[in-house]
Design a protein around this ligand. Structure first.
Ligand code: HEC
Length: 159
């Protein structure tokens, strides 16, 4: 599938990654419909945790404002060209509600280690089919990733 994904990448960039309504794009399957067949060994993949070094992530009861501000800065450089803070898609899914959809460890693992999760996580594969773009590894440090998570919590209303 990877080669065909690359082939349709330019197409994908031309086609705005629309909202979730059923559309021709949603049903479009790169590579003649083999896009979902790559899920590797689902038995060893925990969809609540993802894959990477984070088993648990401790969250404060309230928002760490300074951390969120740092995360907002990093996101502005590395993420918001593809992600909006609303529930609207840009290149990737909007971030509104992401801290409710995903566990903190899933988010931290995905930000720092997207590649294997794009290959194995059923929900990410569904997003990939809609977006037709693989999220690139942005080389985010642990601290930066934690800041971004705090910024996402702020965006989801944690005070
Ligand atoms: C080139 C565009 C692009 C950039 C830059 C990008 N992403 Fe993504 N992101 C995507 C796409 C596309 C997806 C959907 C999964 C896929 O197709 O790989 C995604 C999915 C996600 C998800 C899962 C969302 C959900 O609703 O489950 C998170 C979290 C995320 N990205 C965080 C980040 C962070 C943090 C950064 C910056 C460090 C970032 N992304 C940078 C394109 C991008």
């Amino acid at each position: 599938m990877n080669k065909s994904i690359l082939l349709v990448l330019s197409l994908a960039l031309a086609i705005a990654c629309g909202k979730k309504e059923a559309s021709a794009e949603d049903n479009y399957q790169p590579g003649g419909g083999e896009a979902t067949t790559e899920a590797a060994d689902p038995a060893s993949y925990d969809p609540k945790r993802g894959e990477g070094k984070y088993d648990t992530v401790e969250l404060g009861a309230t928002l760490d404002q300074a951390m969120a501000t740092k995360g907002e800065e990093v996101a502005g450089v590395k993420c918001t060209s593809c992600h909006k803070m609303t529930d609207e898609k840009l290149v990737g899914p909007g971030w509104k509600g992401v801290t409710e959809r995903r566990t903190p460890q899933w988010i931290m693992n995905f930000i720092t280690n997207p590649d294997p999760m794009i290959d194995k996580d059923p929900e990410v594969q569904a997003q990939l089919e809609i977006c037709l773009v693989r999220m690139p590894n942005q080389g985010v440090s642990d601290d930066e990733a934690r800041g971004i998570l705090e910024y996402m919590r702020k965006n989801d209303g944690v005070k």
